[in-house]
Design a binder for this molecule. Structure first.
Ligand code: ATP
Ligand code: MG
Length: 392
């Protein structure tokens, strides 16, 4: 028996004249991922994408897994394909459908006939197929109002499709259809979630990670790359630019009032990220900030760092509780990596009494003790790039 995948897209259908562009982007992503799972044909057909294995070696389970992480798809049906005659449909229904009805009490059949030459109309197909299911699983009952399972039979141009359940897709928009933005990626819980959320809206990611070697370790950096690989399962491949803040932090410690360390450092991060975004052609920055979560994320503290950005700063976690962010982190598989205890450059040289209501004038007074622009330039010039590939 041959199984295929039917992918339904979400907001793409609202795109009118641009729809083709969104569909092409989605097909391109799926074709790229499919290469890893064998020989597949991927085509659009009647506002769905059809993923069809072309030989027996094609790994349909693997393809299903990966397609459920592709943004732009809202639902995926696994679907058996057979000849367009009732005997073949009966055999396929009896072989394929019971797995979806196990432990269930009620079902109904819905039929669609896009090939109007097919001798039975939709009503008759429903009645026949309902009969096949009842004879194979007599404990079931038909419930047309609130069935637990809906079995779909579609008579299409070349074959009949039978499916019994739609699985949730990743939602959102195809990556790359909504520009590119630079994610400030730490080793924490929040920033990988923030990257995932913005990529979901169709944005291609670039990332910057700040480290402070030797105060932060090789292992801390490796953890960030691992997080990036996990995000890339959804967001697709992207680059992580690693920037050292060691010199800046050592200069801050020597010259500035300890209470302002974190804020000053965050202003450097914002300035460096902003200039890097410009170099990379990114239209925005992304952070994992959540209002009031820590001293550097009060409204006043954000007010001190935000003016350094000349690009819009997207903060998708801003209104989320930690618990809500953790829920997303668990869903996308980054949580376990994030909680591994490695140091971050923000956690070395942390002040005992960080300013929670900083005044910009006081921060600037501290900042003027150092050559801000020269330090930013030097840090940027020392950056190196790690390419992160989508792993399957
Ligand atoms: P996260 O869980 O994402 O680390 P956090 O709650 O620890 O966030 P902060 O350390 O205050 O919060 O950082 C706020 C945001 O600043 C992060 O979400 C991230 O976008 C950015 N950021 C912090 N540290 C780094 C870093 N070392 N490299 C790149 N970006 C960073
Ligand atoms: Mg952090």
């Amino acid at each position: 028996m041959k199984e295929i995948l039917l992918c339904k897209y979400g907001e793409i259908v609202l795109k009118g004249a641009n729809r083709r562009y969104f569909e092409d982007s989605l097909c391109k992503t799926l074709r790229f991922r499919a290469k890893h799972f064998g020989n597949f044909k991927i085509d659009r057909s009647q506002s769905t994408l059809v993923i069809e294995p072309l030989d027996e070696f094609a790994d349909i389970d693997g393809m299903f897994e990966t397609a459920s992480k592709v943004f732009g798809i809202v639902g995926i049906s696994r679907c058996a394909v057979c000849e367009k005659d009732m005997a073949a449909i009966e055999a396929t229904v009896k072989e394929y459908v019971p797995q979806f009805l196990e432990g269930k009490k009620t079902f109904k059949v819905e039929a669609k006939r896009s090939d109007k030459r097919f001798p039975l109309d939709s009503m008759k197909i429903c009645a026949e197929v309902g009969g096949y299911i009842l004879s194979a699983m007599p404990h079931l009952k038909v419930d047309v109002r609130h069935p637990e399972v809906v079995v779909h039979v579609e008579i299409r141009e070349f074959s009949a499709f039978i499916h019994a359940g739609q699985f949730k897709g990743a939602g959102g928009m195809p990556v790359g259809t909504n520009g590119k933005a630079l994610l400030l990626l730490s080793g924490g819980i929040d920033s990988p979630v923030a990257g995932y959320m913005i990529a979901k809206r169709g944005v291609q990611l670039e990332a910057v990670h700040f480290e402070s070697f030797p105060y932060t370790s090789e292992l801390a950096r490796e953890k960030v790359f691992q997080l990036a690989r996990e995000v890339a399962q959804y967001a697709g491949s992207f680059n992580v630019h690693v920037v050292s803040l060691t010199k800046i932090q050592e200069a801050l410690v020597k010259a500035c009032d300890e209470d302002y360390f974190t804020l000053l450092l965050r202003r450097y991060m914002m300035a460096i990220a902003d200039q890097l975004a410009t170099r990379l052609g990114c239209g925005g920055l992304i952070t994992g900030e959540s209002l009031g979560q820590v001293a550097s994320q009060t409204m006043q503290a954000i007010g001190v760092t935000d003016p350094l950005a000349t690009h819009p700063v997207f903060r998708p976690c801003i209104g989320m509780d930690k618990e809500e962010i953790i829920q997303v982190a668990r869903k996308i598989g980054t949580f376990e990596t994030s909680i591994q205890p490695y140091e971050d450059c923000c956690t070395v040289f942390t002040p005992k009494h960080p300013r929670t209501r900083p005044e910009l004038a006081k921060v600037l007074e501290q900042e003027q003790k150092l050559d801000f622009d020269a330090l930013v330039k030097e840090a940027l010039d020392g950056a190196y790039v790690e390419h992160i590939r989508t792993e399957f």
